[in-house]
Structure formats: C-alpha cells, structure tokens
Write a protein of this length. Structure first.
Length: 264
C-alpha cells in the first residue's frame, strides 16, 4: 500500500506513481493501492473550471500510463483520478482497478461527496450514481469505496452482501478535531461488521492526516503507516475471512425480514 505526500503537478505525480508501482512489484506485491487524489492536489484557490480542464477520461494518459506500468510489472493497481463529467465545471472522483495485463477491470465514481465539516466537494465534483459490483482479483473479491463513503455503513454492507471479501477505500482524510480517531474507528468498524479486510490508503501531508491502514475481519490493525510516506506490505488471507465469518456470522444473522417493517 502506498502512503502519499502530494506532489504539485501531474507530471511529478505520474513519475512517483510509476516508481512506487515498480518498487511494489520488486517487493513481490500482487496488488498496490494508492490514496484518493493521487492524480494531483486541488487546493482552495483552484477553480472548478481549472480542475475540469485538467480532468481526463478513463482512456486518458494518466490511467493509461498506470495501466502500462502495471502490465510491465505484472501487478494489480487500485487508484483514483479526476474524471471528466457531462456537467460543466464538475468532475467525477473516480477509482479504478487495473489487472496484471494493464486492463481496467472496474471503475467506481464516488457517490458520497464530502459536503461536511466546512468542506463542500460538490463545488467542484458531481456525485456518481451507482455502487460498482465487487470485482475478482488474485487477492479476492474487491469492493470499491472512496474516503467519505466509509462513514455510510449501508454502502459497505451492500458490498459485503454482494460478495466483497476486501473493501478498498482510497482516501484523503482531512485533519481536524478527533478526525484521526474517527478514521481508525470507522475503518475497524467496517471490517468487523462485514467480516472483511479493509484497505484504506490515505494521503499524508498538506491538509491530510495520513495513517494509511489495513484492518483484518476481526478488527485487528495489520498496518498503520502513521505519517510515513512510502510502501507498507500486508498479507491477505481469504481463509481468515471464512473462519471469522463462521464464528461471528453477522451477515448470516441479519434480520432483513424485519428491518423494513420500521417506518418513520
């Protein structure tokens, strides 16, 4: 997992991304996950028009370069980018999964925009309209989320019920009062309640708190990168998921026949 400190330009960021993908492959990783906003940082002085002009399509140079690097190194990559949208001066915050052949096998457009705690992502972004189906990788079935999505348990539960064994949430978690506590608690909770691994690479530096994290299905923190920039390695064990879901069968014990009977 890559813990990022944001460079200032797409050119610099692309070079750093390529280096980390290559280094992860040399370290025998089968998948490398990057944080949200890996493409570049949009600060408060950058207008929505400027951001929209820098955004690309999924076939654009940014994702294509990462795909080519993934193919060259025979490694899977999870990342995100600013995607052009039909709405004027607005972009999608989009994540992607690239397989070892360099092919994009899944994309997800962030459905929960961070309009909270003094921020308003909707000033520059537009919401996605659907949750992406879990995608099969060599690690297991991956369900995609992005940052603020973690605060909405309905989404992670939907992904788990649909077959996700691993939730990956590229993030750029903003610093603030109790924000790191929220970050740790929410990631652990999403893992425990769904009996799955949670992989949440987070931006470090600038306005972000860092602390890229991996949590196992029982809530154990397997990796916490603190303020460190670089790569952390974690082993994912699908048998562990089966074992924990058997002894703590939260998905099986749900009472979906009753929940809908409660009316406001």
């Amino acid at each position: 997992m890559y813990n990022s400190r944001l460079p200032l330009t797409k050119k610099l960021i692309s070079k750093k991304i390529i280096n980390y993908i290559t280094k992860a492959a040399e370290g025998k990783a089968t998948l490398v996950a990057f944080p949200e906003f890996m493409m570049f940082y949009t600060n408060s002085s950058q207008t929505s028009n400027q951001l929209a002009n820098l955004a690309e399509t999924i076939q654009g140079n940014f994702v294509s370069t990462i795909g080519n690097t993934a193919k060259e190194n025979h490694i899977q990559v999870v990342g995100s980018f600013y995607e052009k949208s039909p709405k004027k001066n607005r972009v999608y915050d989009t994540s992607f999964v690239i397989d070892k052949s360099g092919k994009v096998i899944s994309t997800y457009r962030k459905i929960h925009l961070y309009d909270a705690l003094g921020f308003k992502e909707s000033n520059k972004m537009v919401k996605g309209s659907k949750i992406a189906k879990p995608v099969k990788t060599s690690l297991g079935k991956i369900g995609m989320m992005i940052c603020y999505d973690l605060r909405f348990p309905e989404m992670s539960r939907s992904l788990a019920v649909a077959g996700s064994e691993i939730l990956i949430a590229p993030s750029a978690w903003v610093k603030g009062n109790l924000k790191e506590e929220h970050w740790i608690t929410i990631n652990k909770t999403r893992a425990i309640e769904n009996g799955c691994y949670v992989i949440a690479p987070d931006q470090v530096g600038n306005i972000y708190c860092g602390r890229s994290i991996v949590v196992d299905p029982y809530g154990r923190i397997l990796l916490d990168m603190k303020k460190k920039q670089g790569i952390g390695y974690v082993n994912i064990d699908l048998e562990n998921i089966k074992k924990i879901r058997k002894v703590l069968p939260l998905l099986k014990n749900r009472r979906t026949d009753i929940y809908a009977t409660l009316k406001a």
